[in-house]
Structure formats: C-alpha cells, structure tokens
Design a binder for this molecule. Sequence first.
Ligand SMILES: [Zn+2]
Length: 342
Amino acid sequence: MDDLGRYSRQILFSGIGEEGQKKLLKSRVAIVGVGALGTVCANHLVRSGVGYIRLIDRDVVDLSNLQRQSLFNEEDVQLNLPKAVAAGKRLNTINSTVTVDAAITDLNLDNAEELLAGVDCIVDGTDNFMTRYLINDVAVKFGIPWVHGAAVSSRGMFAVIKPGETPCYRCLFPHIPDGRGETCDTIGVLSPITDIVGSFQAMETIKLLIGAATSSNLDQIDVWDTDLFSMDISEGRNPQCPTCVNRQFDFLDRLSSQQESYSSLCGRDTVQIYFREKRERDLIKLSEHLKKSGTVNGNQFLLRFSPNPETTIVLFKDGRVLVHGTNDIVKAKSLYSKYIGN
Ligand SMILES: [Zn+2]
C-alpha cells in the first residue's frame, strides 16, 4: 500500500478518513473532455489519490485554452500536444503513484462502451449535448454514476446522475436543443466559473467513490452576478424516459438518426471530421505528400498542415481531422477533400 501520509490532510477530514482514502486509491474514473472542467477536476482527483484516471479528449492544446485550462502551459501549445497527453504528463509529476491513462480520441458510439464501462464514475468535461447523451446512455446501460458539468459565459451548473436512483440526463433534458445554443465560441467563458464547477464535480465524484451522500440538486452558479441557485431534482425522474425507464439507448444505436460525423468545437474556430469506419493514417507518407502544398509539422500523435496562414488542418493517426480557421462544415469538408482527398 502506498504511503498514506501524502493524503493526511484529507484523511483528517472526518467525512473521508482512512477508509475513504483506501476506497479512493482503488477507484477508477473516466473524464470525458480535458478542457476547462476536465483539467480542474483531474487535478483534484489525482492529488486526492484516485487510483486510476482515464482522460479522453479529441483536441490539441491551443493558446486560447490557457486562460482557463489549468493543467496546460505555453510549451504544450508549441509542441502541438494532444490535451490528454499534456494533462497526463503534468498529472504524473503531481502524483506519480496513481495511474493516468490518456485516450486521444473523440468519444463516439463506436468506442464509448469500451472506454467507459468498467469505471466507477464518469465525469462530464464535454462542451456539447450529443456527447452528454452518449455518456448518459453508457452510464444507464452499465449502471455507472456520472457527474454532469457545464459552463459558459459567467454561468455554470452541475448535477450527480445515479442510474436507477436519480433522474438521468434525458429525464432532465428530454430534447436535444435545436440549432446551436450559446457556447463559449459565441459568448465566451470566464476562468473562475470553470474552476468552481470543475471543483464541485471533483467533490461530488469523491463523495460518490467513497459512498457518501451526494447533492440531489441541479446546482447553478453565476460568478458575475454572485448568484447560486439549487433546484431539487430528486423527484425529477420522467416515468416515460426512453433511456432510464425504457432502456432504449438511442445514442449508442448505429441505426439511429441522431448520429453526426461533423461537429464544430467549442471555443475554437474549428470543425471536426470524424469517419465512422476506422482508418489508420501513415503520417510520414502523408507528410511527404502535403509538403508540396504548404507547411507541415507535427509529432508522433498528429500532423499539422497549413496550406495558408488562415487555415490549419490537424490529422490524427486514427483518421480524425480538425480543420482550424472555420466554423463552416461545408468549407471544412471541401478543404479536406482538396488537400487530403478521400
Ligand atoms: Zn431518464
């Protein structure tokens, strides 16, 4: 057993104690999205001695992330590091006795069960509804509790979802919002709110892992107006919920019309292109080909190709693509076809 001394200050806290600490050391958590909420939460969980943490993120560290994504620095930007890798490296220097596993990928219906089943708790560090519904499907299907979190502008919210006990995410949000709501792309986001929500998520996760009582509210905070509002959701289960009552997992269903292959990323002028069929890229060969049309650099995880100063196309080994410099999906697709083809 590891030396518990490094955790002495939280062991002294009666709600945790030595028993709670031992439970944390044996626990497994997946964090989906290693942005503002994910980095804050991962930092707390790793320092607290959660034994295994899987970081899942599809993006690369960008200069505009440093305002709030607390595990990253300028060197990570210069090295074009994937967020999961950069966060994992930093977390290892904070606590080398816990296991941090980095998955550089987009969570989707092809990999969600594999990446999420088998953990004790899932943390929502995402920025979009589709991924939250997908997390909810896996969580309900396998009975895994998860901690929802969201932040935009000066406002944030969080809630604990325990399948079979509390309302699920689809009970709370039955419909996918039409069109694009307010995102940090359009109205920005403040660093204190992501820090606060990510910290609350970490605290609820720790309580879940040691079996302590968790919040039964959808808690909402506004740091600009200094306002806190808690909505009791304990009676909020929908008796007709397709997910937690009928066990119909639409977001894990290949035949469902809810699927998409293109998405814009929050906080970035970026479109992601995701291919349903798996493909492995030969980055060296591709690099030779692309050098004829622009500047190319990268590392063992990805290639960055800039055909002009306004556009950068990032190609990952697993086939996924990020097109920076546009929010227009049609334009992104045509840039991809123009330079990479197929
Ligand atoms: Zn439900």
